[in-house]
Design a protein around this ligand. Structure first.
Ligand code: CA2
Length: 168
């Protein structure tokens, strides 16, 4: 009698739910852990990338983690995410408060985008209270330290599942 291996239902669900999420980081975030630990904590961007990959893999997400100090790179990566990813988690740093280009790029792609910040921007200087990107993102998570990224993954999974179910 042939032996047929039947994968556990959970395994099947986990594999089929695998989705790519681009995690995009803007200017100065490469300096995390080196200065201003009172505001941003002591973790480096490499630590955050590791934590994001671990948290993402638990949720069946494939995380593509990137950082640039250049606005155009971020625009290009948003376009790339539109081709290759289901979601975008973006901490655009100071470009959040200045960039119409990032807003237009997010608006122009199908990938769902969530804006994140490590600090609570609303408890800081007034110029940080406004985000050009927030109106074109599905939501904004800020003020939870590095956990803001993981909270964004928790938030995006059901949205991606809903989208996939609609498309099926
Ligand atoms: O809280 C956040 O995640 C921010 O996006 C961080 C940005 C800031 O401009 C936003 O308003 C809020 C700053 C990026 C990190 O800047 C550093 C500067 C010096 C040392 C370490 C980080």
């Amino acid at each position: 009698m042939p032996i047929i291996e039947v994968p556990a239902p959970g395994w099947r669900r986990e594999r089929s739910a695998l989705k790519t999420v681009f995690v995009l980081n803007g200017p100065n975030l490469n300096a995390l852990g080196k200065r201003e630990p009172g505001i941003y904590g002591g973790k480096t961007l490499a630590d955050i990338a590791d934590e994001c990959r671990q948290a993402g893999s638990k949720l069946g997400l494939e995380i593509d983690f990137r950082q640039s100090n250049h606005e155009g790179d971020l625009v290009d990566w948003i376009h790339e995410a539109g081709e290759k990813a289901a979601g975008i988690v973006i901490n655009a740093g100071a470009y959040t408060h200045t960039s119409v280009a990032l807003r237009d790029a997010i608006k122009g792609v199908d990938a769902l985008a969530i804006e994140v910040h490590i600090s609570n921007v609303h408890a800081r200087e007034e110029f940080r209270h406004h985000s050009y990107m927030a109106p074109v993102c599905v939501g904004v998570i800020c003020g939870f330290g590095v956990a803001s990224y993981e909270l964004a993954f928790d938030a995006i999974v059901p949205l991606l599942e809903k989208r996939a179910a609609k498309a099926a």
